[in-house]
Design a binder for this molecule. Structure first.
Ligand code: NIG
Ligand code: FE
Length: 419
């Protein structure tokens, strides 16, 4: 997102719900119907009944005005797990799975991540960038104002760096969601290194990581910690190196097999472990104790046609902090809509609307180490907001299928509907 800080006065807000960054799952109804945003940030909440004079003074300053027309106001969603840098769709794999083939079986036969790698490598970089731009703008229209975006379909020194540089270029455009790029070179071991996996890891450590740090291409590093892809030991070695280089750590863990990836994330001091459909009680405890965020991706469970949903209720009872994310990618979750994820979280993970809204905003911010800066309505936070045509929070996950905000405000700027 480029830097054009805006001031704005939002009036006639029907209800404003504030997820509290340091109190998991608490979402407060604010006693104010007017919001003053200054230089792209939330400055002050005002109530027209008791603070009419202050509001009038702000009006006289000639600030841009936004009439919220009794809408419900929430922070924009923070989607802390996505893979938008890909070229071609993989609808044929979706068909194959629905006809009974298995995700890992398709992957072993050269499909999956490796098929996305082939199409990305063959793509015209300008066309690839145009497609990624379009996807990122679609996130905004769906109410997502912050997007974590992973590399991981390049899987060569050249194409991993190309993926991250492309994100950096798009980040300078406007309007664009706030981007948090993540290095996911450890998404898979490319076929040419299958007989010598160490060689791929050496390239990550010696040829990709130093460039990523030098050029500021990523805030976090991630690995697909799954017995069929990377062992616990390989994950630990790679992520320790990335952490030493100054990156925050995230892990894809416990999606298909329960193998201790959650506990490893806790031990590594990772910000989050993501997926966790198969996490066991010991893993939950380890993550709660370490304060590792549980990033849950019910879109991929749904999209892969799997039966086991992440144990959200158990995680909440144990005191864990959840982030909800789309996992948007061409293979296991071709879903960009956070409202749809909230529907899955309530209907299938049995979270309440409040819990789900907190996890999709303040929880996502925690998973990006940005609590209090985004995903909340505290003074000083980014003025990234959505106006919804609802009277109550429960209508958000309840409205399913084509659920978009009436207005999106990014850094204090009201975006046009076509964007
Ligand atoms: O988060 N799990 C690993 N990566 C992606 C899927 C990648 C793909 O199938 O293209 C995920 O689900
Ligand atoms: Fe993922």
């Amino acid at each position: 997102m480029s830097d054009t800080p805006r001031s704005l006065l939002i009036t006639s807000i029907g209800k404003a719900f504030a997820p509290r960054p340091d109190s998991p799952y608490r979402v407060d109804l604010l006693q104010a119907d007017c919001l003053y945003c200054r230089e792209g940030r939330i400055e002050a909440w005002l109530d027209s009944a008791s603070q009419a004079a202050e509001i009038e003074a702000l009006r006289r300053k000639g600030l841009p005005l936004c009439d919220a027309s009794d809408a419900l106001l929430l922070p924009g969603f923070v989607d802390s797990h996505t893979h938008p840098v890909f070229f071609a769709h993989r609808a044929e794999e979706y068909e194959m799975r629905n006809a009974g083939r298995d995700y890992l079986e398709i992957q072993r036969a050269g499909g999956g991540i490796l098929s996305s790698r082939r199409s990305l490598m063959a793509a015209d970089p300008a066309e690839l960038k145009a497609r990624v731009r379009q996807r990122l703008k679609r996130f905004l229209r769906l109410g997502t104002t912050t997007v974590e975006a992973k590399s991981g379909y390049g899987l060569s020194v050249e194409h991993e760096l190309l993926s991250l540089r492309l994100l950096k270029e798009l980040d300078a455009e406007s309007p664009m969601p706030r981007l948090y790029p993540t290095l996911l070179a450890a998404h898979s071991v490319p076929p040419e290194h299958r007989e010598d996996r160490e060689e791929w890891f050496r390239r990550i450590n010696e040829q990709i990581l130093p460039v990523v740090v030098r050029e500021g291409l990523a805030k976090h590093a991630d690995a697909f910690c799954e017995p069929a892809v990377l062992s616990l030991q390989e994950t630990e070695t790679l992520m320790s190196r990335a952490r030493e280089a100054g990156l925050g750590i995230k892990l894809h863990a416990e999606q298909i097999e329960s193998a201790g990836g959650g506990a490893l994330a806790a031990r590594l001091g990772a910000l989050s472990a993501d997926h966790l459909e198969e996490i066991d009680e010991a893993g939950i405890q380890a993550m709660v104790e370490a304060g590792t965020v549980f990033a849950l991706l019910p879109g991929s469970t749904y999209f892969l046609g799997m039966e086991r949903w992440a144990p959200a209720r158990r995680i909440i009872e144990a005191g864990g902090r959840i982030a909800l994310c789309t996992d948007f990618n061409p293979g296991s979750s071709h879903i960009q809509s956070m409202p749809f994820i909230l529907s899955l979280a309530t209907c299938r993970l049995k979270m309440s609307a409040e819990e789900a809204v907190w996890a999709a905003t303040a929880g996502g911010a925690l998973a990006l180490d940005a609590a209090g800066e985004i995903g909340c309505l505290e003074p000083g936070a980014a003025a990234d907001l959505c106006l919804w045509p609802f009277q109550d929070l429960a209508q958000l996950p309840y409205t399913c299928g084509d659920n978009r905000p009436a207005r999106v405000i990014l850094g204090g700027e009201v975006l046009g509907q076509e964007e």
